[in-house]
Design a protein around this ligand. Structure first.
Ligand SMILES: *[C@@H]1O[C@H](CO)[C@@H](O)[C@H](O)[C@H]1NC(C)=O
Ligand SMILES: *[C@@H]1O[C@H](CO)[C@@H](O)[C@H](O)[C@H]1NC(C)=O
Ligand SMILES: *[C@@H]1O[C@H](CO)[C@@H](O)[C@H](O)[C@H]1NC(C)=O
Length: 373
């Protein structure tokens, strides 16, 4: 079902809603060797499209620890990794799985919802806007626990119970993404990364995490991806959270690994990213150029040194040494000007105008008629 223009119009203009919204993986796309998205997109388990009548952010966001937990830094061994609607490997009508070949590059796209362009809305958050992780497994579990996977599975497949691997870790801020608002970060990025507004993104530019499916992923099977956005509040900044706050969002999804490799779309990258291409369907070059081929975990090697973490109580001593609050950047360096908290900024509703910083003149705001058609 195609969204009606007025629905897109509403989504685009409802920036007050966007500011409060949180984030999930909305779409997956195979990336061709030249950096262009190809083929039909795929969707997470149990997806609810933004255009669905029963859609609200809470139909897709999954927060760990839950907001009902009194201790805001406590993650329990019983905490599930996937939202209830994403426990099983099932799709909803109109939101099929991504079909890809083993070894394909895949973009996971999500909206920044102001977390990149209006960073002053949440004091104490890391400059990279948190870290996003993608874990892969051929042996997912219903009832998978976050502490058995996150910070445990590694790129060698030797972490924890050895059922899965860490495929990717990068900054939430991919250096390009923005939503349309009057804040100076959005304004600068609108100039730097212009694109034709489309029905999916409107005039916004979604963020992405580019990964590579293992070239040894078994064909004619599902390969499961767990996306984890680790977005802690550091202690001692926001008086509401003197000891900081753990805030993690996840999306669980599967990919149909196709038997046929005749397509060969993403298996080679000799062409390289074509510069100057349409940013509506293009990978992030710094990510795309650095994709690693991670082996598939066998699930048979359990190293004695890495016990299942459900046996280890989650007990942070100080938030700066806790892995969940790590802001380190491992593999991908995106060139970006991250903004830390700016106390000089006033934010109200859709307005986010740093005091004393005029909105750049002649900024290329897309006209409504350009994307209403
Ligand atoms: C990249 O390759 C794909 C698949 O061959 C093609 O559809 C697309 O037009 C190419 N993109 C560019 C920018 O040349
Ligand atoms: C945005 O404004 C803040 C506060 O005035 C400033 O520190 C920062 O450099 C600006 N960033 C951009 C991208 O213009
Ligand atoms: C909250 O949980 C953390 C992590 O287990 C623990 O260190 C801390 O003492 C707890 N705080 C309270 C007030 O119980």
């Amino acid at each position: 079902m195609r969204p009606k223009p007025f629905q897109v119009f509403f989504l685009l203009l409802s920036c007050a809603k966007d500011i409060n919204a949180h984030t999930w993986v909305e779409q997956l796309s195979v990336i061709a060797p030249n950096g262009t998205f190809v083929g039909a997109p795929g969707y997470p388990r149990g997806n609810v499209l933004r255009t669905a009548s029963d859609f609200s952010d809470t139909t897709m966001t999954f927060l760990i620890p839950p907001s009902s937990r009194a201790n805001v830094t406590l993650v329990l061994p019983s905490d599930k990794l996937c939202k209830d609607t994403q426990q099983e490997r099932t799709q909803t009508a109109g939101s099929p799985r991504l079909q890809a070949n083993a070894g394909d590059a895949v973009a996971l796209r999500y909206q920044e919802n102001g977390h990149v362009t209006l960073p002053w809305n949440q004091p104490g958050k890391p400059a990279n806007r948190g870290t996003v992780y993608v874990y892969g497994t051929t042996k997912p579990k219903v009832g998978e626990k976050i502490l058995d996977v996150h910070g445990v599975w590694n790129s060698d497949g030797t972490g924890g119970d050895g059922r899965g691997v860490l495929l990717s870790k990068q900054n939430f801020d991919d250096g390009r993404c923005y939503q349309i608002n009057s804040g100076n970060i959005s304004q600068a990025r609108q100039q730097e990364y212009p694109h034709q507004a489309n029905q999916l993104m409107g005039a916004d530019m979604w963020c992405q995490q580019d990964i590579k499916l293992p070239s040894t992923a078994p064909t004619s099977k599902l390969y499961t991806l767990y996306w984890v956005w680790d977005w802690p509040t550091l202690p001692g900044v926001d008086p509401t959270y003197p000891h900081g706050k753990t805030e993690i969002y996840t999306t669980c999804m599967d990919v149909d690994v196709m038997a046929s490799t005749s397509q060969k779309i993403g298996n080679t990258r000799e062409e390289g990213y074509v510069t100057g291409q349409d940013l509506n369907k293009a990978a992030i070059p710094s990510e795309f150029d650095n994709l690693d081929d991670v082996p598939v975990a066998t699930g048979t090697t359990v190293h004695p040194s890495s016990q299942p973490s459900s046996a280890i109580p989650y007990a942070p001593e100080s938030a700066s040494t806790l892995y969940l609050t790590s802001t380190e950047v491992v593999r991908v360096i995106t060139v970006t000007a991250w903004k830390t908290t700016e106390k000089t900024v006033t934010v109200g509703g859709c307005e986010a105008i740093p005091t004393g910083t005029p909105i750049p003149r002649g900024s290329k705001r897309l006209k409504r008629k350009d994307w209403m058609a």
